[in-house]
Design a protein around this ligand. Structure first.
Ligand SMILES: [Zn+2]
Length: 180
């Protein structure tokens, strides 16, 4: 951030009194602009034993597969956000079930939250952000062509839990900055 979204003056990066981290502080209007992790919410929709996957039409990772997920919006619950993303990306109405996973994506400054879900009807299709949407058998999931590590983590835990007949929730922390 270079300029204050409030008044347009140049901002300075410094630790405000009483704080412990550097913040973008506007010297003109005094506003402290806090930057916090963004929340991404999604679900793993199942229908008759198959999983609904979307092939991304947008960057990042265009052409790779993912489950319906996207940035959380103001004024909705996590479950409503997950259902909305399914509607937008896969033109599918889903019933949101239990919490599946929380993945801290530290290098991207994001937290990804995934729920289990079921299709409420047989209809689905490619929304504007998807090249194609398909119901895929677990043994046919294109693992090397998944868009994000959080997608893979959540899908693997989903299938393991399903095979074991349980619905637990799982945590992961990813930090690409620490990888070789
Ligand atoms: Zn300002």
């Amino acid at each position: 951030m270079n300029f204050c979204p409030q008044c347009g003056a140049r901002v300075e990066l410094r630790v405000p009194p009483g704080d412990h981290l550097a913040r973008h502080v506007c010297e003109a209007c005094g506003t402290i602009h806090y930057q916090n992790p963004r929340l991404v919410v999604g679900c793993v929709p199942e229908h008759q034993g198959r999983i609904l996957l979307c092939r991304r039409a947008i960057e990042p990772r265009r052409g790779f597969w993912t489950v319906p997920a996207g940035f959380f919006e103001n004024g909705e619950t996590l479950q409503q956000g997950a259902a909305r993303e399914s509607r937008e990306e896969a033109l599918a109405e889903v019933g949101i079930g239990s919490l599946l996973s929380i993945v801290h994506v530290l290098h991207a400054r994001q937290v990804h939250v995934f729920f289990r879900a079921t299709l409420l009807g047989p209809e689905f299709g490619a929304g504007p952000e998807s090249l194609e949407v398909e119901l895929i058998r677990p043994e046919e999931i294109p693992w090397p062509e998944l868009a994000f590590p959080s997608t893979e983590f959540s899908l693997r835990r989903y299938l393991e839990d399903r095979a074991a007949g349980v619905e637990s929730h799982h945590f992961a922390s990813l930090d690409r900055r620490l990888r070789q």
